[in-house]
Design a protein around this ligand. Sequence first.
Ligand code: DGY
Length: 361
Amino acid sequence: MPRWLASSTLRTAKLTDGVIWVARPIREMSVSKPSVLVTRRMPSSVLSQLAETCEVDCHAETDALSHEALCQRLAGKHGLVCMFNDELDRTALVAAGAQLRVVATVAVGYDNIDVAAAAERGVVVTNTPDILTGATAELTWALILALTRRVGEGDRFVRAGRWEGWTFDSLLGTELRGKQLGIIGPGRIGRAVAAVAPAFGMRPVLSTRGHSLDPSTEIAGSEEEKWMPFDELLSTSAIVSVHVPLRESTRHLIGRRALIRMKRSAFLINTSRGGVVDDEALAWALDERLIAGAALDVFEHEPHVSPALIGRENVCLTPHLGSATRETRVAMAELAVRNVVEVLAGREAVTPVPLPARLLR
Ligand code: DGY
């Protein structure tokens, strides 16, 4: 067992593949009902579930708390339900106090949370994997189709009153049939996107670059999936779609070096995290006509979007909508709340995030 566990408030942890963190049960603490901060407006049905066992303090707004306000409001809480754009760094975790037991993000990505600092302080971190896979894969396909068939451009053209009648050769797009779809990041979402490719007559290929999955274990039983080295995938795909988490190793994975390797006729799609694509390098590649276009749901400095991207007809932009369906968002909130309730009762979290490798040594 690593040294930090002995001094922390984590009760047990199974240091195997499926790492389990269990915080000290709340009944060991001298409070009747644990208090939980929820950082955003949520369906009342979800908040009622939480209120059955916890005192709920909900910032019932659509906008985020400032970092300072988050720290202040988190002080003294036992649990937190937060979003991907609430920054849970060491400062926030310290401000919360030693009684904090669980941070449950309503997202699959958890690059906003200092997981190592949380583990050191005995705080279990959970996310919401799986349930948003379908919604995010659907949005990815929506963007692929919108970009290659120029849906955004057509919509703007009609609304601007510029359409004067059908013509044989206006707004011609690019067909998908017979072409290669390159998936970078063969996790749940990447593979869900790949699974749809044959329906459009596309050949999916996958690269493990930037993803921790071991292809030799994942590949078993799926003959449809073809693996390809990163550079080869970039230079041979008609569509390159990115599905890796944001980590130091994936920051700017798609920068000048990668963009130079893509075909001039290729399109780039990013529904993973801003920061995986270097927005400035992308604008440069579009200027130089090194690629044909891009569709982006996520940006390096959200909600700021580089004017160099906004001004382009061959760029399709959406405001971080990957998991934005009613069904999925409710399911995500429910799972986050279940995680909080379980941990505060001293049970295993339903979907804990993996402990950082360095803490497992
Ligand atoms: C996620 O789940 O990580 C999304 O970016 C937010 O829904």
